[in-house]
Design a protein around this ligand. Structure first.
Ligand code: 2AM
Length: 179
């Protein structure tokens, strides 16, 4: 069997938004709230694939390449805390239809390829803090980052020297016109 890699499809955030988000995070959450995710690692997952081999990866990449879907805008204006997973997150109050469609398609393609998908409903989010298992006070919802999503990508999660790093393996463009 070929070497397995831990993979997921996600949307990256523009550098400018990432910098602004980490500044806001530093101003908003005390150090004891949780472990901040590195700026370079901020992303919004569309579909988690788990540890998979080369053959399955190639099949899923081929299917991803056939997706024809329009680009969309996304506003990150909501935050929350999931104490059980120890995650403090940023997300949209209202998920754009394009985002839900894209995630749904990638998740169903993943499921059909045997990548088990969480039975929980898809909740788009950017993880800001990890190990946040104690109560965290959330800020008033007076923040907002808007971005245009024109691409999505396949990432590998690499754990080395005590740190997780996400390496982009491939990416695909969304269309600019109505399909
Ligand atoms: P998280 O940020 O909420 O932990 C890489 O690990 C990405 O895949 C992260 O965005 C992570 O979500 C997500 N992820 C990890 N394990 C997952 C799982 N079992 N189901 C869904 N998403 C998962």
């Amino acid at each position: 069997m070929s070497e397995q890699k831990r993979l997921f499809f996600a949307i990256t955030l523009p550098e400018e938004s990432r910098q602004s988000i980490i500044q806001w995070r530093a101003d908003t959450f005390p150090a004891e709230a949780g472990r901040p995710v590195a700026a370079a690692n901020l992303h919004l997952t569309l579909a988690f694939l788990g540890d998979i081999g080369e053959e399955k990866t190639q099949a899923l990449m081929q299917q991803a390449g056939r997706i024809r879907q329009q680009a969309f805008s996304l506003t990150l204006d909501d935050a929350g805390h999931w104490p059980r997973s120890g995650v403090v997150w940023l997300g949209p109050k209202q998920s754009p239809r394009g985002l839900l469609q894209l995630a749904e398609l990638l998740r169903s393609q993943a499921a059909r390829s045997g990548c088990s998908q969480s039975p929980l409903p898809y909740h788009p989010h950017v993880t800001l803090l990890r190990n946040a298992t104690h109560p965290v006070s959330l800020p008033p919802r007076n923040f907002s980052w808007s971005l245009r999503v024109e691409r999505f990508a396949l990432f590998q999660s690499v754990f080395a020297q005590g740190r997780t790093r996400y390496q982009q393996l491939a990416d695909w463009a969304l269309t600019q016109e109505r399909v």
